[in-house]
Design a protein around this ligand. Structure first.
Ligand SMILES: Cc1cc2nc3c(=O)[nH]c(=O)nc-3n(C[C@H](O)[C@H](O)[C@H](O)COP(=O)(O)OP(=O)(O)OC[C@H]3O[C@@H](n4cnc5c(N)ncnc54)[C@H](O)[C@@H]3O)c2cc1C
Length: 396
């Protein structure tokens, strides 16, 4: 049996972020992940380090979080992120007024933009379609999720956390209305507090404590194609829709994505039509996609909350929520984005520290992750069993 201050259930970005944050405040933490770190949604994301421009019109608050957090990650996350920059492009079918409105909205939330003529945009990105009308530049980037998770977990470990991949939690022990321990397949861990960072599985984990957390997961497809020579993230400038983002890797681009409600985060039917749609939407922005080889297709499931005001599908909030429960000493976190994982972890850790009486402030935004050396980082990815489809071409 182990005793600790806090058990974190789930080793995606959010869970390792919480483990790091708490450990840096001097809290004793054990993190249990049922698979390799990042085995859930984190390792199956599109990997866009959002500047916030995508959300500026519909969700200014989310956009402001993105610009702040993307700046933090550019400063602290070393080789786990790529500072590529991004372009929003207007194609002939796209409403010019929406282009202008998005620039205005970016200005309002502090996302810097630079408008480019069609010629200037193609000079920057020669692979862009010849019918691009105009574009604007934003500070988007690329996240390599396996590296981000491994670096965050290593930082947590350096501050004393016990990070355990391949340690599924099988039960949460509740005694007289209070969580007192979790059971893994190997042992019982007694804790003063438990954090449910189970992403799309948060509802199932909460059930172990007899608590309801309604989730509304949506799945999305990513299609990697063999197109080199694209340096920036390319976004279609229209209201968020299927297939409007092209994320560049070194010698491929990753096209995505979709947002389809699913009942079960693991068992859902995939759809060849969605793959075809990614190829045709991607080719509208980057024509070389049309003749390129498909080198990978993978699917991920968003951990969206179906709370009172939660919509479904694309309308569901991409913000995050921190939940208290009827049983004491359990905190659940839902929703969010990879880009804002550190901020989510800070909010969860603030809530947990308040309950534990810990007064140390959050320091995660100012302390660099151990992510400066790609080779060492990829050794950590291997050690934490953190490799995922989002960046297999980059890592290791
Ligand atoms: C298609 C798609 C594209 C996306 N693209 C982007 C993007 O470009 N940019 C961006 O910022 N965000 C993006 N996101 C959102 C982002 O990927 C997620 O919000 C984020 O990765 C969620 O991390 P998490 O740690 O909360 O969940 P997860 O990574 O799912 O972690 C939860 C973990 O809990 C574990 N678990 C479950 N049950 C148990 C148990 N019983 N015991 C122990 N562990 C358990 C799971 O194995 C899993 O690893 C995308 C999401 C999707 C689906």
């Amino acid at each position: 049996m182990t005793e600790t201050d806090v058990v974190v259930i789930g080793g995606g970005a959010t869970g390792v972020g919480v483990a790091r944050d708490l450990a840096m405040r001097g809290v004793d933490v054990v993190l249990c992940e049922r698979g390799g770190l990042g085995a859930g949604t984190t390792g199956r994301s599109h990997g866009l380090l959002h500047s916030g421009a995508r959300y500026a019109t519909a969700d200014p608050e989310g956009a402001a979080e993105c610009i702040r957090e993307s700046r933090v990650l550019r400063d602290i996350a070393g080789e786990a992120v790529e500072r590529t920059g991004g372009l929003f492009v207007q194609l002939p079918d796209d409403d010019p007024a929406a282009f202008d409105a998005r620039i205005e909205a970016c200005r309002d939330v502090g996302v810097p933009t630079e408008t480019l003529s069609a010629d200037a945009a193609r000079e920057t990105e020669p692979e862009l379609a010849s019918d691009v009308r105009r574009a604007f530049r934003v500070p988007d980037g690329v996240i390599y999720p396996s590296r981000l998770v491994a670096a965050t977990a290593e930082s947590a470990r350096q501050h004393g956390a016990d990070v355990r991949p391949n340690a599924p939690v099988t039960d949460i022990v509740v005694t007289e209305g209070t969580v007192t321990a979790v059971e893994t397949d190997a042992e019982r861990i007694e804790a003063d507090h438990v954090v449910n960072a189970g992403g799309a599985w948060a509802g199932r984990i909460a059930e172990l404590a007899g608590v309801e957390v309604p989730m509304a997961p949506t799945m999305g497809v990513m299609v990697a194609v063999d197109v080199g020579g694209v340096d920036s993230v390319v976004n279609r400038c229209r209201p968020p829709d299927d297939g409007d983002i092209v994320v560049p890797h070194v010698d491929r681009v990753v096209l995505g994505t979709t947002s389809t409600p699913v009942e079960d985060p693991e068992e859902f039917s995939t759809d060849e039509a969605a793959v075809e749609a990614m190829l045709s939407e991607g080719a509208a922005m980057v024509p070389a996609v049309a003749d390129a080889d498909v080198v990978d297709v993978y699917w991920g499931v968003r951990p969206l909350y179906a709370g009172d005001d939660g919509g479904r599908g694309r309308d569901a909030s991409r913000g995050f929520q921190v939940h208290d429960h009827d049983v004491a000493r359990l905190t659940t976190v839902t929703g969010g984005k990879l880009t804002t994982y550190r901020l989510m972890a800070e909010a969860v850790s603030d809530a947990v520290c308040e309950r534990l009486g810990v007064t140390e402030p959050c320091r995660t935004a100012d302390a660099e992750l151990p992510a400066g050396d790609a080779e060492k980082l990829d050794a950590l990815v291997e050690e934490f069993d953190a490799a995922g489809p989002a960046d297999t071409d980059i890592v290791g």
